[in-house]
Design a protein around this ligand. Structure first.
Ligand code: NAD
Length: 375
């Protein structure tokens, strides 16, 4: 089975879908690994590192020629995959809802597209979960990005010249990214509070030494929520949440927002009027900016200032830690494909009735087959 790893073409994408470590492991299984020259350069991996691991490095056409699978970070342009075998697997973060037409194009080209972000959140698939591995790094980086924009220090400092107060950090949305943001802000010495709509997060917030700030008057989502995910909240809840945010946010120096609802635009959590109540010099990092944003006025790819508050809207935050993000992403891909490695056939075999396969498979036999897409 020949696996092709191409240089990512999306603007600003620094990650790569295989590392020398995962290349070596795939080769040990019996696969052939072909890398497009320069594929790892932005993630601090030289072509020679892949060669030392036993992979072949060559042109894009060399890598694609006769490939049984293409491993990618972002979904590659279907028109640029000529040379891959009929029915080849395309494995990556394919953004199925956002790039629905491209999914159709994979199907039309006879390719079998597998979207890693559709990985079911079951115990068996935890080590294959790219959303978790990438969100964890994004939560960490969001706090560092906030600290870099903030014109004050995070920890309390008692110096001969006087005392500096600790920064107050508020984390909105306590999934994987939010939990890591709380932990990182605490390590930097901030006074941290956090909120979510899922009741189970209260204990998680408190166990990290942060203060849980929850809507008390209207019921939120019980426990973890279905599959660990939030849904759109009622108008009553949204109103109560807006009041809570209004009373809390004016006392905060830094806000990190991470709230997402699968398959929908990100919920709006902070209005322009609310940010006008914050202290001049405060910083907001909106990790949901590419999904529509939690903060009114946030702009993808830009840092803007409104009412003296900086709103940071970096795109692709995991890609800002390209080496570690690639290492974890590549392991997620290896853990997935190796779990379905058929020793006798010497290749990946994906059974139709497997929960993981049903979750991630978007197209097969010329058709879009995923239930979440065809509804
Ligand atoms: P996510 O990225 O979908 O959303 C981030 C957070 O935003 C969530 O906690 C969500 O509840 C919250 N949110 C949504 N709307 C909100 C609103 N209006 N106000 C405030 N907060 C709002 O979530 P995620 O990071 O993917 O994690 C979701 C859960 O899944 C976590 O509990 C995580 O531990 C769990 N999980 C389980 C597995 C597994 O079992 N394999 C793997 C990964 C994550």
């Amino acid at each position: 089975m020949k696996l092709a790893i191409l240089r990512e073409t999306a603007d600003g994408e620094r990650r790569v879908a295989a590392t020398p470590e995962t290349a070596r492991k795939f080769i040990a299984l019996g696969a052939e690994v072909a890398i497009e020259a320069g594929a790892g350069i932005d993630a601090s991996i030289a072509d020679s590192d892949y060669e030392a691991a036993g992979a072949k490095v060559g042109s894009r056409a060399d890598a694609l020629g006769g490939a049984d699978a293409v491993l990618a970070v972002r979904g590659p342009d279907p028109a640029g995959l000529g040379g891959a075998k009929a029915g080849a697997l395309i494995v990556g973060a394919l953004n199925p809802f956002g790039e629905r037409e491209r999914v159709q194009a994979y199907a039309d080209a006879g390719l079998e597209a597998l979207a890693m972000e559709f990985m079911p959140r079951i115990t068996r698939a935890q080590s294959m979960d790219i959303l978790s591995s990438q969100s964890n790094l994004a939560g960490y980086k969001a706090v560092l990005d906030a600290a870099a924009e903030y014109g004050r220090a995070f920890p309390m400092m008692m110096t001969a010249a006087g005392t500096i107060a600790a920064a107050r950090v508020f984390v909105m949305g306590v999934g994987v990214a939010g939990l890591q943001a709380i932990a990182t802000a605490r390590r930097l010495g901030a006074v941290v509070s956090a909120t979510d709509v899922r009741a189970a997060t209260r204990e998680q917030i408190e166990s990290l030494g942060a203060k849980a700030v929850f809507v008390e008057t209207v019921a939120g989502i019980e426990g973890e929520g279905a599959g660990g995910y939030a849904t759109e909240m009622s108008d009553d809840y949204k109103k109560a949440q807006a009041e809570l945010v209004s009373s809390h946010i004016a006392k905060q120096d830094v806000v990190i927002t991470t709230a997402l609802i699968p398959g929908r635009p990100a919920p709006r959590l902070i209005s322009d009027a609310q940010l006008a109540t914050m202290r001049t010099g405060s910083v907001i990092v909106d990790l949901a900016v590419e999904q529509g944003g939690n903060v009114e006025g946030a702009v993808p790819g830009e840092t803007i200032e409104r009412h003296g508050v900086r709103i940071v809207g970096h795109r692709n935050v995991p890609g800002r830690l390209a080496a570690d993000a690639s290492a974890l992403y590549a392991r997620n891909l290896f853990n997935f494909l190796s779990a379905f490695w058929d020793k006798e056939a010497g290749r990946v075999v994906l059974p139709d009735d497997d929960e993981i396969v049903k979750g991630v498979r978007l197209s097969q036999g010329g058709k879009v087959v995923n239930e979440r897409l065809i509804g």
